[in-house]
Ligand binder design. Structure first.
Ligand code: BES
Ligand code: MG
Ligand code: ZN
Length: 483
């Protein structure tokens, strides 16, 4: 989809759909919606509002066909003005694109939020670009019948010079972020038959946009990532360790490392998952996809921050060579782990990946992982879990998420959650049962970070919703790092 901004009146743009808006309860539209209303004989105020009783509730779209003109006006509800936020603009625009029929190829939209609401035109346009792209997203690679009703051109019309300039900038940023989100979705939606450690690593080399080093099994052994290797040893596919790095041209303000869980398929290992739980486990590399896609955006947005991203990619499979319940493995930092359950594999791979990240000497580490069913049970697909060893940073990250519309909820880190991890034969077990599982997993991970501020994000419930990838995490990372 081509997304552009033009310095024109919305009425002068050739389109199949004209998108205007209304705050809840408004009877007489003002601004650009008012101009469109007048241009078409007050049809919005007299017909849509008065006769059809369109109230402007958030997310409602009134589709008004202009038969003689061969096009439609979409009046979208913005909801109550006091409740209006930037992410709502993205949501609305996504809905608009999804609502377009197969002959509605060209859409022109008002710059939602930049009128009466007085929001920043740049961020408004960014949200529109992201929403338009998300609305047009389809994973139809394996369908012989490709989705037909794809909007081809989405134009933002803004006549005010200052707002237009800002909107151009915002839309450009929005397109970069949107491409990254789509990249993450494509990677996650694809089947594990094609996305395994080697191909995931190749993807990162080709698409991360930054320097990417890939370590094979022998090299991983040399790096001493023995816990990670144990998880991958039951698979026909060899593991790969991926290290991406972005260095700014100027002196870096800070150094940050992202760590993404990269289990390309999680069968559970010898503690095999039941069929229903295994079905979607190709999504167990959603953290990896999020950090690879984030690097791509970082490479284009060029912040003054040094950013590393690491992924320990392997498959968790049962086989004669698989790691076994009761095995004791020694992690990179020398701590021993008794394998209580081979299905709690993510934290075992992350133990070494986090230790590797800390050795890079960064100022902070953020990991993102489809880590626990417990987190999904607690929060469903509505919010991701978050915790860490630095309360201030956790809260800061949650606030960034709120701003851009990805929700996080802090999980407790009381030491009691670690009780179950005590082992009779090793320094710790990898699980202490399912109760309180998201916090217990967090406590486990924390043992592999010595003293770097660290945040852990559990996206088990939010990475894959209605059997499709969401690309969760990318937008938060970009906002957190770039602003
Ligand atoms: N990849 C799963 C967690 C998961 C569950 C992700 C549902 C997405 C949706 C993880 O590796 C896992 O299997 N965790 C176990 C841990 C348990 C054995 C302590 C779980 O949550 O059941
Ligand atoms: Mg598992
Ligand atoms: Zn897993």
């Amino acid at each position: 989809m081509l997304i552009k901004v033009v310095k024109k009146s919305i009425l002068d743009v050739k389109a199949d759909v004209i998108v205007v808006n209304l705050f809840e309860g408004v009877k007489k539209p003002g601004g650009v919606t008012g101009i469109v209303d007048k241009a078409f004989n007050n049809v919005i105020s007299n017909y849509v509002i008065k006769k059809e009783k369109f109230e402007g509730k958030f997310g409602e779209i009134y589709q008004l066909p202009l038969v003689s003109e061969g096009k439609k006006i979409f009046v979208v509800g913005l909801g109550k003005q006091v409740d209006f936020t930037y992410p709502k603009i993205r949501t609305l625009t996504e809905k608009v694109v999804k609502a377009c029929g197969k002959n509605e190829k060209k859409v022109v939209s008002i710059l939602h939020g930049a009128g009466i609401a007085g929001l920043d035109a740049e961020l408004c346009a960014q949200m529109i670009a992201e929403g338009a792209s998300a609305g047009g997203y389809a994973f139809d690679k394996y369908k012989s019948d490709k989705k037909e009703n794809k909007v081809e051109e989405f134009t933002i019309a803004e006549i005010d010079s200052a707002k237009f300039k800002k909107a151009e900038k915002g839309a450009e940023k929005g397109c970069i972020i949107a491409r990254s989100v789509s990249m993450a979705k494509d990677l996650i939606n694809d089947s594990s038959q094609y996305i395994y450690p080697e191909t995931l690593a190749n993807f990162a080399v080709e698409n991360s946009g930054v320097k990417t080093t890939v370590y094979n099994k022998k090299q991983i052994e040399k790096l001493g990532l023995t816990a990670f290797l144990a998880v991958g040893q039951g698979s026909a596919h060899e593991p790969r360790f991926i290290h991406m790095e972005y260095k700014p041209a100027k002196k870096a303000k800070k150094k940050i490392a992202l760590v993404g869980k990269g289990i390309t398929f999680d069968a559970g290992g010898l503690d095999l998952k039941p069929p229903a739980s295994m079905l979607t486990m190709r999504d167990d590399m959603s953290g990896a996809a999020a950090v690879i896609a984030t690097m791509r955006a970082i490479s284009e947005l060029k912040p003054d921050v040094e950013v590393h991203a690491v992924v320990a990619a392997c498959e968790n499979m049962p086989s004669g060579s698989a790691y076994k319940p009761g095995d004791v493995i020694i992690s990179k930092i020398g701590k021993s782990i008794e394998i209580d359950n081979t299905d709690a594999e993510g934290r075992v791979t992350l133990a070494d990946a986090l230790a590797y990240a800390e050795e890079l000497g960064v100022d902070e580490i953020i990991d993102i992982a489809t880590l626990t069913g417990a987190c999904m049970v607690a929060f469903g697909s509505v919010v991701s879990g978050i915790l860490g060893n630095n309360d201030k940073k956790v809260k800061e990250f949650i606030a960034v998420g709120d701003e851009i519309g990805e929700r996080y909820w802090q999980l407790p880190m009381y030491e009691e959650y670690g009780e179950g991890l005590k082992s009779k034969i090793a320094d710790m077990k990898n699980t202490g049962g399912r109760n309180g599982g998201a916090s217990a997993a967090g406590i486990f991970l924390s043992k592999f970070i010595k003293n770097t501020p660290w945040i852990h994000i559990d996206i088990a419930g939010t990475a894959f919703v209605n059997d499709m990838a969401t690309g969760v995490g990318v937008k938060s990372f970009v906002k957190y790092i770039v602003g």
